[in-house]
Design a protein around this ligand. Structure first.
Ligand code: ATP
Ligand code: MG
Length: 432
C-alpha cells in the first residue's frame, strides 16, 4: 500500500470488515499454532537428548570410577528389582563375571526432577513469547488484510455509470508495467514482492481487458446505431410519401429489408463473440475429414456464388483431424465469403488443403482480389477492423475475429499472405 493511501484503523472498520477480520484471525491462529507446535517439538527433542546424554554420562562415570577404565567389550544392563524397589545398573566382563552392580533409582529421580523443572521453564517461556509472536504474525499479515478489505470494498460498490468512470480513471492511473512518477503497486516489503508482482500483473491484465471490453461495446453500439438510423430514416420517408408514391414505397421496403438483414448479421456475430468470451461456446470435437469438409464448402460456394470461378485442390492422402466440424466449417466459410466479397467478378477463388513442411494440416483459401497493404495484415483479426478500400461494401469487420476465435480454440493459427491488386491467401494451420 502506498504511503498516501489511508489505512483503515482496526477500531473504525465498518461492519462488513468483520468477515475478513475473522478470516485473518483464523489464519493468524493457524500460523500461531504451527509456530507453537514447532517450538514445543524442538523443546521435547532437546530434553530427550539431554536425558540420553545424562544417563550415558552417569553410566560412563560409574564405570570409570569403579573400574578405572571403560572397556567396550563389557556387557551392561539395567534391571529392576521390584522386591527391593530398586533399579540397578550392572556391568559384566566378557566372561560373564559381575564387575559391579550399582543402585540407580536416586540419580534417576534427580534427573526426572531436573527434566520437569526444565519443561516447566520452557513452557513458561513459550507462554510469554506466545503474545509477542501473535503480534508479529498480525503485523506480517496486515498488508494482506488491507488487500482483502479493499477487494471487499470494490466488490460491494454499486456500479453506476459514475462509478465505472471512477474505476476507469483509477485503473488508468495505475501503471503496473512502469516505474518512475506513476509507480506500480508496491507494499514496500520484500517478503511480499511475489504478491506485489502477481497483483501488478493482474492489474495490467485487468486494464487491458477493460480497455478491450470498453472498445468492443463502443464499436458495437456504433455499428448498431447506423442501421437503426437508416431504418428510422426510411420509415419516416415511407410515412410521409410512401403511401402515395409506389417508387418510394419499393425503395423504402428494399432498404429496410437490407438494413435489417445487415443488423441481423451483426447481432449474430456479436452474440457469437460474446458467447465465446464468456466461455459458453464449447467445442464438439470429432474426427473430421478435411477433404470432405473442403469438398462440401466448395460445392456450396459454387451454388451460392455464380460470379466467381471456384477451384478445389486436394491432396491424395486422406487428411483426418480432430476438430469441431461445424465451427471449422464456419471459419473456412468466413474466408471464402471474404474472398468472394473482395475479388472482382469472374476471377478465380481456390480452395485447397494439405500438410505444411512441418506436417501440420492446413485449410486454405486463395483469391485474385484487391488484396491488402502490408500494414493492414496485422490488424485484420481485430474486432471491427475494415480497410479503407472496402468501406463502401457491406460488412462489419467481425468475420475474421470469429474465425480467429474458432482457430485459437483448436490450438491452431493463421498464415496470411496478401499483395494489393494481386490477391490474398489465408491458411488455417491446425496442430497434428
Ligand atoms: P464481415 O464481418 O461482415 O465479414 P468484413 O469482411 O469487413 O465484414 P472481416 O471478414 O473480419 O470483416 O475482414 C476484415 C477486413 O480484412 C476486411 O474488411 C478487409 O479489409 C480485409 N480482408 C479480409 N479478407 C480479405 C481478402 N480476401 N481480400 C482483401 N481484404 C480482405
Ligand atoms: Mg468478412
Amino acid at each position: 500500500m502506498s504511503s498516501n493511501q489511508k489505512r483503515i484503523p482496526y477500531r473504525r472498520r465498518p461492519v462488513w470488515a468483520a468477515d475478513h477480520q475473522r478470516n485473518m484471525t483464523s489464519i493468524t491462529r493457524k500460523l500461531h499454532w504451527h509456530w507453537m507446535r514447532k517450538r514445543l517439538t524442538g523443546f521435547l527433542k532437546t530434553d530427550l537428548l539431554l536425558i540420553v546424554l545424562a544417563v550415558l554420562g552417569w553410566c560412563a562415570g560409574q564405570e570409570y570410577t569403579r573400574l578405572g577404565t571403560i572397556q567396550i567389550e563389557n556387557s551392561r544392563n539395567i534391571f529392576v528389582l521390584s522386591s527391593a524397589r530398586q533399579i540397578y545398573y550392572q556391568v559384566r566382563s566378557p566372561e560373564n563375571e559381575i564387575l559391579f552392580s550399582v543402585p540407580s533409582r536416586d540419580p534417576l529421580i534427580v534427573l526426572a526432577a531436573v527434566v520437569n523443572i526444565l519443561l516447566i521453564l520452557q513452557l513458561l517461556g513459550l507462554l510469554f513469547s506466545y503474545f509477542g509472536e501473535g503480534h508479529r504474525i498480525r503485523r506480517i499479515l496486515a498488508p494482506i488484510n488491507e488487500m482483502a478489505l479493499k477487494a471487499d470494498e470494490l466488490s460491494r460498490m454499486s456500479f453506476s455509470e459514475e462509478k465505472f468512470h471512477l474505476i476507469e480513471d483509477a485503473i488508468d492511473q495505475i501503471h503496473p508495467d512502469q516505474t518512475g512518477a506513476e509507480k506500480p503497486l508496491s507494499f514496500g516489503d520484500s517478503d511480499l514482492s511475489g504478491v506485489e508482482a502477481a497483483m501488478n500483473n493482474l492489474l495490467l491484465r485487468m486494464r487491458e481487458t477493460y480497455r478491450q471490453q470498453a472498445r468492443f461495446v463502443n464499436d458495437a453500439s456504433h455499428e448498431l446505431r447506423t442501421p437503426i438510423a437508416v431504418i428510422q430514416g426510411y420509415a419516416n420517408m415511407l410515412d410521409r410519401w410512401g403511401k402515395t408514391d409506389e417508387k418510394v414505397l419499393e425503395e423504402g421496403i428494399a432498404a429496410i429489408k437490407n438494413e435489417s438483414e445487415h443488423m441481423n448479421h451483426l447481432v449474430e456475430q456479436l452474440l457469437f463473440l460474446a458467447r465465446g468470451d464468456s466461455g459458453k461456446t464449447s467445442l464438439a470435437i470429432a474426427e473430421v475429414s478435411v477433404k470432405d469438409l473442403m469438398q462440401e464448402i466448395y460445392e456450396e460456394s459454387f451454388m451460392i456464388d455464380e460470379k466467381h470461378r471456384y477451384r478445389l485442390k486436394l491432396p491424395e492422402d486422406p487428411l483426418k483431424i480432430q476438430a469441431d466440424p461445424a465451427l471449422l466449417k464456419q471459419a473456412v466459410r468466413i474466408l471464402v465469403d471474404n474472398a468472394a466479397k473482395y475479388t472482382p467478378e469472374s476471377e478465380e477463388i481456390q480452395l485447397s488443403a494439405g500438410k505444411t513442411d512441418r506436417g501440420d494440416p492446413y485449410l486454405q483459401v486463395q483469391d485474385m482480389g484487391i488484396g491488402m497493404a502490408e500494414s493492414e495484415i496485422p490488424h485484420v483479426f481485430e474486432r471491427f477492423f475494415r480497410s479503407d478500400e472496402v468501406r463502401s461494401q457491406a460488412g462489419t469487420g467481425l468475420g475474421l475475429s470469429i474465425a480467429k476465435w474458432i482457430v485459437d480454440k483448436h490450438g491452431g493459427h493463421f498464415e496470411v499472405l496478401s499483395r494489393t491488386e494481386l490477391g490474398t491467401r489465408i491458411r488455417i494451420i491446425l496442430p497434428q
